[in-house]
Design a protein. Structure first.
Lengths: 292, 280
């Protein structure tokens, strides 16, 4: 059932977290492209929130109007810079709807009824996207950074205690910190989809919601893009190799093959591709511990 | 002072000793590593700096250093009992055969003992001392003080690096994985099979027992040296609560050192070598 609790609060929180300040140490390098895509994701999420009864329609419309100029510019940027394929048919629906209706709620042709979902799970899904993956650094590093800049990120020695103390330097430690944050985010989403599966939501509604979430959010790590996938695999290999050679983990009996399987499963869930496998070098592949 | 190099002697179950000239040996120093630690790496560079800096720190030429190995994932109490056996076999006269040495060694008799622990190792040292004391406190009350005062092991000096008697978190990759629930969920069940991991939690009744009993004994028998310890912490330790027991001398803190680096001397960081000194 749709939530009746503090809808205005939810919308305010959405504006602050998702539309408002976008924190990133490297966002300045790719401001237009990144901001445009993040804006389009925000508009889609806002529309979905209204459709699912999470946000009050009139006030969501006010929010759209408040940021109207910026949103229209971002929409246009995405359409004209060959980025539209990232969002697929969802972009066409949004774009044509907003051109016809202006800055207002655009009914989706496959409208989902709020009554089909557990509103608490829906709220958590919106929060998961808005809260836990908003600093954008991993997207910038893996998806946007040109190759010479990308290589610089991999320098340095991986030192877990530096990450644990939150004193990471701008090298491989920062990338691994972001990588782990991404895995947590993907894991959080996976758990929430699992909750929906256990509830009364019919499969067609669940699948449609999942498809739409992926369409609007998957651009942040598009594992179907060759270069993005290669970079993700390289980071995974560095991380798994470090786990493999760690004596403390060995003493505990930790098997990195299980970690690789878990990461692979998260990637399958994230990308919606059950057949996705990570192509890792032999010393970081599943199959048990290997020599350092 | 005569310059001597310590000679390595392998002992049972991965422990080893670095032995000075038998005519100079006066003090046995027993090093006890922490959770997931190791008798080599936990104390890295102690092994070489005690010789290379002998001119500046001549007292090391009178020390035999024993680097004790144990299974740190297992229960603290049996580990402490095993450490006590090792101590008894090493001090005051080393029983080389019992210690697992195969070499034919000249006998030596020490006049003092220093017990050095890091993190969980410090907890095990303190429990071993309590265990030793218990063998006397269960006797006739009128004899207890005499027995405790006369016990050579209870006259040991305790030098503890980042002791974990207030509980400990994990550092390194295990700590990093635990911070990330998605991968930490693979590690947690393995750790929960470790008794020591559970016993080192902040709310551990065992740690509470160690603290309470040690403080009570130190207050009741102030002349028994081993009930008090000197504690050295790194100011950047994110694994343990950096505080000594109420009856210990005030804790010492070293800037810019963390839980791992606090007990590893380097040519630029000599504090561990001086901290372990008998008369320091």
């Amino acid at each position: 059932m749709p939530s009746e609790l503090q809808p205005r609060y939810e919308l305010d929180s959405f504006e602050a977290r998702v539309i408002g300040v976008r924190k990133s140490r490297s966002i300045a390098k790719f401001p237009r492209r990144f901001e445009a895509m993040a804006d389009v994701e925000s508009i889609m999420l806002l529309q979905l929130g209204v459709e699912l009864g999470l946000f009050p329609g009139a006030e969501a419309e006010n929010l759209l109007k408040k940021h109207g100029e910026r949103f229209f510019a971002s929409l246009k940027y995405v359409e004209t810079h060959s980025l539209s394929q990232v969002f697929g048919s969802e972009l066409q629906i949004l774009s044509s709807g907003m051109r016809t209706r202006g800055l207002s709620y655009v009914p989706h042709p496959k409208k989902l009824s709020p009554d089909l979902f557990d509103s608490a799970v829906l709220e958590m899904l919106i929060h998961q996207i808005g809260r836990d993956f908003r600093d954008n650094d991993f997207t910038i590093t893996v998806s946007f950074e040109p190759s010479e800049g990308w290589e610089r990120h991999l320098k340095g020695k991986l030192r877990p205690d530096v990450i644990l103390c939150n004193k990471v330097t701008r090298d491989i430690n920062l990338v691994i910190e972001q990588y782990l944050a991404f895995l947590e985010h993907a894991g959080g989403l996976s758990d929430l989809w699992g909750c929906l599966e256990e509830g009364p939501t019919p499969p067609y509604a669940r699948d449609e919601l999942r498809r739409r979430f992926r369409a609007m959010h998957g651009w942040r790590l598009d594992l179907h893009q060759r270069e993005v996938r290669k970079r993700f695999e390289r980071i995974t290999a560095i991380f798994v190799r470090a786990l493999n050679s760690d004596e403390e983990l060995e003493k505990i009996g930790f098997d990195t093959a299980h970690a690789v399987a878990r990461i692979e499963r998260l990637c399958q869930d994230w990308s919606g591709d059950e057949g996705l496998t990570l192509d890792l070098p032999s010393d970081s592949k599943r199959g048990g511990r290997l020599a350092a | 002072m005569k310059h001597v190099m310590h000679q390595r002697l392998d002992l049972r179950d991965g422990s080893y000793a670095l032995l000075t000239d038998p005519t100079l040996a006066q003090t046995a120093v027993i090093f006890v590593h922490g959770f997931l630690g190791c008798p080599e790496k936990t104390w890295i560079l102690f092994q070489t700096l005690m010789d290379s800096l002998a001119n500046a720190m001549p007292w090391w030429t009178a020390y035999d250093a024993f680097f004790y190995a144990y299974k740190s994932l297992q229960q603290i109490c049996p580990n402490a009992a095993a450490l006590l056996d090792f101590i008894s076999d090493s001090y005051p006269v080393p029983k080389w055969q019992k210690l697992g040495a195969t070499a034919d060694l000249v006998n030596r008799k020490y006049t003092s003992l220093i017990l050095v622990g890091h993190s969980e190792g410090a907890v095990i040292v303190r429990w071993a001392i309590l265990h030793r004391a218990q063998s006397h406190t269960s006797r006739k009350p009128s004899l207890v003080k005499v027995r405790l005062t006369e016990d050579e092991v209870l006259d040991a000096r305790l030098k503890l690096f980042a002791p974990a008697y207030w509980g400990a978190l994990l550092s390194g990759f295990p700590g990093l994985l635990l911070r990330a629930p998605v991968l930490g969920s693979l590690l947690r069940p393995l750790l929960h099979t470790s008794a020591a991991y559970k016993q080192l939690s902040e709310t551990s009744p065992l740690l509470n027992e160690i603290r309470t009993r040690t403080v009570a004994l130190a207050e009741k028998y102030p002349s028994v040296r081993a009930f008090r310890a000197r504690n050295l912490f790194g100011s950047k330790d994110a694994v343990i609560s950096s505080e000594a027991l109420a009856t210990d001398p005030p804790a010492e803190y070293v800037p810019d050192h963390n839980h791992v680096s606090i007990c590893k001397p380097t040519p630029k960081y000599l504090k561990p070598l001086t901290f372990v000194r008998r008369d320091a």
